[in-house]
Ligand binder design. Sequence first.
Ligand code: CP3
Length: 349
Amino acid sequence: MSKIFVDACLGKETSYTPVWMMRQAGRYLPEYMAVRKEAGNFLNLCHDSKKAAEVTIQPLDIVGVDAAILFSDILVIPDEMGMDLSFVKGEGPKFSDPIASQEDLERLIGGEEAADKLTYVYDTIRLLREQLDARGDEKALIGFTGAPWTLATYMIEGQGTKTYNVCKKMMYANPELLHNILAKVTEVVKYYMLKQIEAGVDAVQIFDSWAAAIEPSKYDEFSWKYMVQIADFLKERYPEIPIIMFPKGVASFIERGLVYGNFDVFGVDWGTPMALAKEKLGDRYVLQGNMEPCRLYSKEATTACVEAIQDVMGGKRHIFNLGHGILPDVPVENAKHFVYECQRVSGKK
Ligand code: CP3
């Protein structure tokens, strides 16, 4: 069955522009909070395929998006490589034993062996595949991973960071170790994505959420080229599965014409003007994005932005989304309004 989201990713003409939101399965939904409460905590929820499938589907029914994104987290990858992940209330993710040396890196499980440990993710995808197919409503399922660089920032810092000083110290003082870490994570991610595809996702997105931490002249060397290697590996095996690249905060990399690679969709963050992305990338890639997520606090600000994006993109080679994840205190009705407006301006309603 042809799905509008997949068709749009592949640059085919569609009857309206599909829409979804990064972080759409999450805390702004009371229904999500109820299931998370039943699960006990966030990681338990990731490990419980039935509950993870349930919260993946919630935004389809509640806000009306055209695609579901698998409920999981990027940090389950280093967790299964052997790093001990926990989520500390109010502080976010923590690894008890960050990587500081080649020996630390060598202790971690790599390649397909690490990817094979993420069985609960593939189980969730298989369940979702069955449930979505049974609905027959042509909603797509998106799988995802963190980019090697974004994953490495957590693996090296041991937690989220504002300054990235530990991993950037490694970037300049011991680049070989950083490259070894990135290469090892890249190998795991290749197989992780392959196995998500084989379990049944319709498309995959690579989140490079912390791309902007790297100075522009080093972005290709420490991040983009590894993302491109993952895309090449997948395209060799499953050329028909769309790949979405989302490097956040790389307007100057785009502006200087440095984006390359064999993938289908470029996710435009909210700090990059859509017109710039269209001029530089629109012929080669379908563009996804890019409303500033805080506009969701105002329906008027949302409508104005959706109309402005539609004016630039004209309903061609475009997927509506936010320019980063939805925040937990956004009113659900405003998220519904965003989805409704995207579908209205592009001709669905
Ligand atoms: O998009 C979706 O709806 C699918 C699920 C999803 C989650 N995390 C669920 C989640 C996805 C795609 C992610 C990706 C992710 N995780 C990224 C990249 C995307 C981005 O937003 O840039 C990053 C950097 C992470 C790491 C991470 N996970 C952090 C920093 C945190 C804590 C910060 C916070 O927002 O509290 C998480 C936890 C997390 N991942 C939550 C959810 C719904 C909140 C957990 C909870 O229920 O309390």
